[in-house]
Write a protein that binds this ligand. Sequence first.
Ligand SMILES: [Zn+2]
Length: 483
Amino acid sequence: MKYDIVIGLEVHIELSTEKKLFCGCKNEFTHEPNKNVCPVCLGLPGSLPVINEQAIEYFVKLAKALECEISNFSKFDRKHYFYPDMPKNYQISQYDLPLAKGGKLLLPNFNKYVFLKRIHLEEDTGKSIHIGGDNLKEAKYTLLNYNRAGVPLVEIVTEPVIYSVEEAIEFLELLRLTALYLGISDVKMEEGSLRCDANISLKPKNSNQLGTKVEIKNINSFKFLAKALNYEIERQSQLLDKGIEIIQETRGWDEKTQSTYSMRTKEEAHDYRYFPEPDLLPLKISQQYIQAIQIPLTPSQYYQKYISLNLNEEEIMFLLENQQINNLFNNLLEYTKGNTNVNAKSIVKFLKTDFAYLYNNNQIKWEEIKINNIINYISLVENKSIDVLNTKKYLPEILHKEMNLTEFLKSKNLIIEEDHNLIEKLIDEVISRNPQAVEDYLNGKEKALGFLVGQAMKELKGKAKPNTVSELIVNKLQAFIKN
Ligand SMILES: [Zn+2]
């Protein structure tokens, strides 16, 4: 590759407030079309918007998690353009005084920060449903649903500091998880509560000058983001190879043809004729208000912690993907302090297998979970002190019931209690019955040991740990060598 890739992302996140941003309509659009509407969000003459405080609170949470500089003074502006899904023919957005500036998000896998330009609050538009075609131009007719018009939307704009498709994906993934952990959005890309546009340009390797950027819109899944960016990298590098200039434009991703297509040449900010929204007062947020809003640890911070615990990417993503499981993991980890048998990896192993099985079958009662039982169970499994296979059916009980786990398992005959005299006697028998295997082992064939251990385990019927048996056999065979 002769070129450096430079990507900037513009992400929209719908806030899951109870009400819309400037009116009392429910923020919910699964209902029948045009049910959650009123004169304000329909833009009827004489109606006046009022800012929803919950949207500000959610915004501040996100801005704090992204380490932005939150403005004590900001204002809303009208952004003018015509589209049928926007009843007012302007969108209330923020122009020169956004609610927050700067900020950053850590990409732990790349050990770098993606810096942010700004994040602001605006209202969403309604939804067009095209019938008989994919867009307004091709459709036979178009239906409009204004339930979404006026829903609070946060726009996050990064600096052009993302240098690969993988970095772009990790940024979006962590931003999604951040909003999810804050409880401010359901961030479902396929349903539109998380949307992403990407600016991408190429420049000759190590050049200081940025190339002409192309904006890609209509990306509604992580898969499409990767595909669209890869397609543009290929398209632009081919043009540059031929000495053809890149046109600054907005392109769309077409899943059918697996390619981007030109939508329009890029409009400039002044085309929107921004001016301050005269129906809303400027927004003043006090420092005390900002300080009083608490946020939990962010997924990026967890990610860093997990890297230091030697968890791999797959294990980390498994934990981060589900906030409840992630919290449980941290509670378990806290409880293990001092228990040398149980570590981060063995806890994840338990969560990914036994626990995930019960979770997927709706057998977890979260409020009844017994942390100490789980730790004791993992410890016994790691120690190979129990008959794991036959213990599984008691797991729902073990997870939720107050009990002495060892006593409980003893009563079910699931603890492996080793009778050393019996073990030695049986091992001696196995050795004398298998002279060939013994000879093979003494001649350096390690495999023969596995065979002997297997034979002994069969005789012992689960009443010994494989480690104990293996150790004893090796000791006995080494004695042969010495003699
Ligand atoms: Zn309304």
